[in-house]
Design a protein around this ligand. Structure first.
Ligand SMILES: N[C@@H](CCC(=O)N[C@@H](CS)C(=O)NCC(=O)O)C(=O)O
Length: 222
């Protein structure tokens, strides 16, 4: 089995798939593009259905569109569950996609202060109270791919607020906090989060600037 993820050197639209692969203990390699010519080659050799990243390759199958990637990995590597659980998980996954927009946009915001004080809080106050009851787990066997996505989102937002010396948004949401702690404490997630596959949080300053530069160069904007 060969699994490869192609994206930039950062989280963006690829991190959910990285977490799902890591949680499901699926070995994967990744390719962080560094130049426009690498991206252009993929656009021209038809690897990218819509000429966009990220790209997930599994045994020759080329999957793009981050949410199609997430669902494909979920279907292939997470256990079989009934239709009701699948549909609920898919709905939660869409909510996570919407809520984590503040994460995806963070590196590109011209003012991190405005972003964290004005753009992100409405996302948190809309989605966290709705997701909190859905994050309650009585037994580990209840964990679905959607729970891993919730944990990913909560974890990244906590890192974002921490990077600005602000209290973690998850503090007030017991189920979100407990679920995130549970998932990130599993041996496979500890391994992933400490591996060189996990990119550091793009904190304001050099790290963020380097990520933005990477994206702009690869997309041919600089
Ligand atoms: N709906 C797509 C959006 C993908 C997307 O916007 N990718 C950006 C990079 S994060 C891209 O490749 N932009 C280049 C382009 O659209 O030409 C997804 O979720 O994967």
């Amino acid at each position: 089995m060969s699994v490869r993820l192609t994206y930039f050197a950062g989280y963006g639209l690829a991190e959910q798939t990285r977490w799902l692969l890591a949680y499901a203990k699926v070995p994967f390699s990744q390719r962080a593009l560094a130049s426009f010519s690498q991206f252009d080659e993929l656009r021209n050799d038809r690897s990218l259905l819509f000429k966009q990243l990220p790209l997930l390759e599994i045994d020759g199958l080329k999957v793009t569109q981050s949410q199609a990637m997430v669902r494909y990995v979920a279907r292939k590597y997470f256990g079989a569950v009934g239709d009701d659980v699948w549909v609920r998980s898919d709905m939660i996954a869409e909510a996570c996609k919407d809520c984590r927009l503040g994460m995806v946009k963070w590196p590109f915001s011209s003012s991190k202060d405005v972003h964290i004080k004005e753009f992100v809080p409405p996302l948190i106050s809309k989605w966290f109270p709705l997701l909190d009851p859905l994050a309650e787990i009585k037994d580990d066997s209840e964990i679905t791919y959607a729970h891993v996505l919730i944990a990913e989102m909560v974890y990244e937002y906590d890192l974002m607020f921490e990077s600005k010396g602000l209290p973690s948004p998850s503090t007030e949401f017991k189920n979100l906090k407990d679920l995130t702690a549970k998932i990130t404490a599993t041996p496979q997630m500890v391994e992933y989060l400490n591996s060189d596959k996990r990119f550091p949080f793009p904190a304001e300053g050099e790290r963020c600037d380097a990520y933005v530069e990477n994206v702009e160069v690869v997309l041919g904007r600089r």
